[in-house]
Design a protein around this ligand. Sequence first.
Ligand code: HEC
Ligand code: HEC
Ligand code: HEC
Ligand code: HEC
Ligand code: HEC
Length: 183
Amino acid sequence: MKHRSTYVFLSGVLIALGAGWAGFPYAIYESRPQPVDFSHKVHTGAGGMKCDDCHQLRPDGTFAGIPRLEKCAGCHAAAMGSTAEEKQFIDGYVTPKREVAWSVYARQPGNVYFPHGAHVKQAGLSCERCHGKHGQTETLRPYQEDRISGYSRDIWRGLTMGDCVACHEQHGIGQQGCLDCHK
Ligand code: HEC
Ligand code: HEC
Ligand code: HEC
Ligand code: HEC
Ligand code: HEC
């Protein structure tokens, strides 16, 4: 009898631990869908567009980031195809001239300074090195935010302070001051 209750107790503990581990990411991360399910593949695949048709470095070296609506409206003033996604995008954003509030997966905390030009132009790094295959994706996964810090979950997928410093060391960039990356 004694053994049996110990057994019941232990399996209870195991179940609780298992549920805790499985539930942990859902408890600390809040998910929200992107406002429009943009397909990179439609545009960069069959569409034949290049990354810098939409994501340029400006003449002053700063990075333009995600294109604004006027760039999309150049092609989508009227429907190019017959998909429901495109119609929703046109009716919800293009026609009413409403900017899309994209969430940026790689978004760093506000006190971090990250220059794309130094990495893409000077260092010649590929977009994939930091962003994986985002430029070929067909659908957008939900954006996940840490409920406590308010930071994007993606920072912990290869863009923490330790990751920045490790790559800088690999490239022989000497000791950096805190204010090289913090503002
Ligand atoms: C038609 C314009 C267009 C083209 C061409 C384009 N993009 Fe984008 N890109 C977007 C839009 C809109 C977003 C915001 C939605 C999203 O996250 O996909 C975005 C977001 C991104 C992001 C977001 C990163 C983040 O952390 O949120 C990356 C990385 C990216 N694009 C890479 C690429 C690469 C690489 C290519 C070339 C293979 C490319 N893009 C071509 C429009 C474009
Ligand atoms: C150079 C022209 C061009 C530009 C610029 C362009 N698109 Fe498109 N887009 C297309 C084409 C072509 C299709 C495919 C239409 C079809 O055959 O269904 C498409 C399809 C779409 C669709 C429906 C398919 C899908 O699931 O994504 C959406 C939504 C869309 N575009 C959003 C955008 C947004 C947002 C931008 C601006 C960041 C943009 N497009 C910029 C040409 C363009
Ligand atoms: C060395 C790593 C690295 C490389 C290489 C890189 N990125 Fe990024 N990218 C980042 C980081 C970090 C952020 C977030 C920046 C921030 O929050 O200030 C970001 C943000 C972005 C964003 C969102 C910008 C915004 O503020 O709205 C886009 C779009 C993007 N990257 C596209 C690209 C494209 C396209 C390339 C290749 C031409 C590229 N990135 C190369 C690390 C990188
Ligand atoms: C994959 C490697 C790699 C990663 C990851 C990386 N960097 Fe860099 N970074 C470089 C290289 C290489 C240079 C030097 C570029 C040059 O030749 O000027 C550089 C330069 C810089 C500079 C100096 C730019 C200037 O104007 O002199 C800053 C600031 C910087 N990185 C911030 C960051 C931050 C913040 C992160 C993390 C979010 C990061 N980097 C991640 C490789 C990387
Ligand atoms: C190569 C770029 C780089 C350098 C150099 C750097 N940091 Fe950071 N730091 C980051 C990035 C990126 C983050 C955000 C991601 C993270 O929390 O790991 C960060 C986050 C932090 C945080 C946590 C902030 C928060 O809001 O959670 C502290 C504290 C910090 N840095 C202090 C320092 C100090 C002190 C130095 C100088 C000794 C320094 N950093 C040098 C890139 C850098």
